[in-house]
Design a binder for this molecule. Structure first.
Ligand SMILES: [Zn+2]
Length: 167
């Protein structure tokens, strides 16, 4: 078992990934995969940059971890992610046999771990994942709120400018 501050350290690594997404103008979501106390995969949202619907942070972190282990089985690995995984990422988490998932902020609109579905604990499936919700939740929620607030402000300003240009 890892000590509590180690969990926090890995979530901070996921937050660093989220900040990298933000620098690219992406929604700030980041993830890391950890095995034996080491980060073996990291990823952040890159949907806009590559115009790829599946390029979520979790998918990219899982792909990197599979590459590192030369295996699709991440049985002894844990995922840390700043936002509750969606349906697609929950599917990838189950299919890669991850052991634990730590997520920070809930996603009431798309979360498939607790909010809309409980896919990681559906005993009809052949693999269940231990879920730990709420690690550094406030920090990660705030990061997303700030991002969307800045976008709204930018949109409002550009509308105002356009208006002025027309008269
Ligand atoms: Zn996702």
């Amino acid at each position: 078992m890892l000590a509590g501050d180690q969990h926090e350290q890995f979530m901070r690594a996921a937050i660093d990934q989220a900040h990298q997404a933000e620098l690219l103008g992406e929604v700030p979501i980041g993830a890391v995969v950890v095995k034996d106390g080491q980060i073996i995969g990291a990823g952040h949202n890159m949907r806009e940059k590559y115009q790829q619907a599946v390029y979520h942070a979790e998918i990219l972190a899982i792909m990197e971890a599979c590459d590192a282990l030369h295996s699709w089985r991440l049985e002894d690995c844990d995922l840390y992610v700043t936002l509750e995984p969606c349906i697609m990422c929950s599917g990838a988490i189950i299919n890669s046999r991850l052991a634990n998932v730590y997520y920070a902020a809930p996603d009431p609109k798309a979360g498939a771990v607790d909010s809309l579905y409980t896919l990681l604990n559906d005993d009809r499936l052949n693999h269940q994942v231990v879920v730990h919700a709420g690690l550094l939740e406030n920090e990660c929620s705030q990061m997303l709120k700030n991002f969307f607030r800045a976008i709204r402000r930018r949109r409002k300003n550009s509308k105002r400018k356009r208006f002025r240009g027309q008269d």
